[in-house]
Design a protein around this ligand. Structure first.
Ligand code: 8X3
Length: 247
C-alpha cells in the first residue's frame, strides 16, 4: 500500500515544491489549497498528485478533506504566510487575525482532523512549516512573528503530548526563501517592494531547497525524529545579518 501525504498550501511556493517532491519519492500526494486551477495544473504535470480544494480557515473544508482520505501517513502543514510589515503600534487587527487563523488555527484544524489517521498509519509524520520568525522577533514582524512563535510552541507541545505514539513531529523553520508569492502577499501585491527583500542576496533559498529538507526529514527511519530543522541561505547568518552585493 502506497503511503499518502497531505500537503496544504500546495498551489505555490514551498507547498507546491513539497507536493512534487513527495510524489517523486513515491507518495500518493493529496495537494490542498484554495486555488483549484493551479492545483489542477500541478496534478496534470505530476503523476501521483490528487488536487483537493481546501481552505484551512474553514472547519467544514478541513472535515471534508479528512472524510475523503482512506489513509494519511504524512501531513505537511504548510499553508500560511505573512501580511504587512507595520510596526506593532500600527499593525492592522485584521491582518493579525488572518495570520493567526491561517498559520496557527489552520495547522490546528488539520492536525486535529488527521491525527487519528496519522496514528493509525503506524508511522505518521506531522511536519509543521514554521519560520525563523518563530524563533526570533524583528521590527515590522509583529503579527507574523507572533503567529509563527505560536505555531512553534504548538509543535513542541504536540511532540510532548504524542510521545509513545507512532507519530513523529517535525518542525521546519526556514529563513530567507525566495518563493513565489510570499513577499508579494506580505507587501499586498507590491512586486517591487517584494523584490527588494532579496535584492543583492547571493542565493536565497528556493522552495525546492525547503522541499528537499522536508523530504529528508520524512524519509528517515521511523525511530528518527528531526525535532527542528532551521534552514537558511549561506548569505543569511541571522535574521538581521544578511550579506548583499550591489549590482
Ligand atoms: C519567512 C522568513 O524572515 O520573512 O518565514 O520572517 S522571514
Amino acid at each position: 500500500m502506497k503511503r499518502t501525504a497531505v500537503v496544504t498550501g500546495a498551489s505555490s511556493g514551498i507547498g507546491e515544491a513539497t507536493a512534487r517532491r513527495l510524489a517523486a519519492e513515491g507518495y500518493d500526494v493529496v495537494a490542498g489549497a484554495r486555488r483549484r486551477d493551479r492545483l489542477d495544473a500541478l496534478a496534470a504535470g505530476t503523476p501521483g498528485i490528487t488536487p483537493v480544494t481546501l481552505d484551512v480557515t474553514s472547519q467544514e473544508s478541513v472535515n471534508a478533506l479528512a472524510a475523503s482520505l482512506g489513509r494519511c501517513d504524512v501531513l505537511v502543514n504548510n499553508a500560511g504566510g505573512a501580511l504587512g510589515l507595520e510596526s506593532v503600534a500600527d499593525g492592522r487587527l485584521d491582518d493579525w487575525q488572518r495570520m493567526y487563523d491561517t498559520n496557527v488555527l489552520g495547522s490546528l484544524r488539520l492536525t486535529q482532523a488527521l491525527l487519528p489517521k496519522l496514528v493509525e498509519s503506524g508511522d505518521g509524520v506531522l511536519v509543521m512549516l514554521t519560520s525563523t520568525a518563530g524563533l526570533v522577533s524583528y521590527e515590522g514582524g509583529g503579527g507574523y512573528c507572533a503567529a509563527k512563535h505560536a505555531q512553534t510552541s504548538m509543535t513542541e507541545t504536540l511532540r510532548l503530548e504524542l510521545v509513545g505514539q507512532p507519530v513523529r513531529v517535525v518542525e521546519i523553520a526556514p529563513g530567507m526563501v525566495k518563493s513565489e508569492g510570499f513577499a508579494v502577499t506580505r507587501f499586498r501585491g507590491d512586486e517591487s517592494a517584494a523584490a527588494k527583500v532579496y535584492e543583492g542576496v547571493p542565493g536565497p533559498l528556493s522552495a525546492d531547497d525547503v522541499a528537499d529538507a522536508i523530504a529528508w526529514c520524512v524519509t528517515r527511519p521511523a525511530h528518527v525524529n528531526v525535532d527542528r530543522l532551521v534552514i537558511r541561505p549561506r548569505a543569511q547568518a541571522a535574521q538581521h545579518r544578511v550579506h548583499r552585493v550591489s549590482g
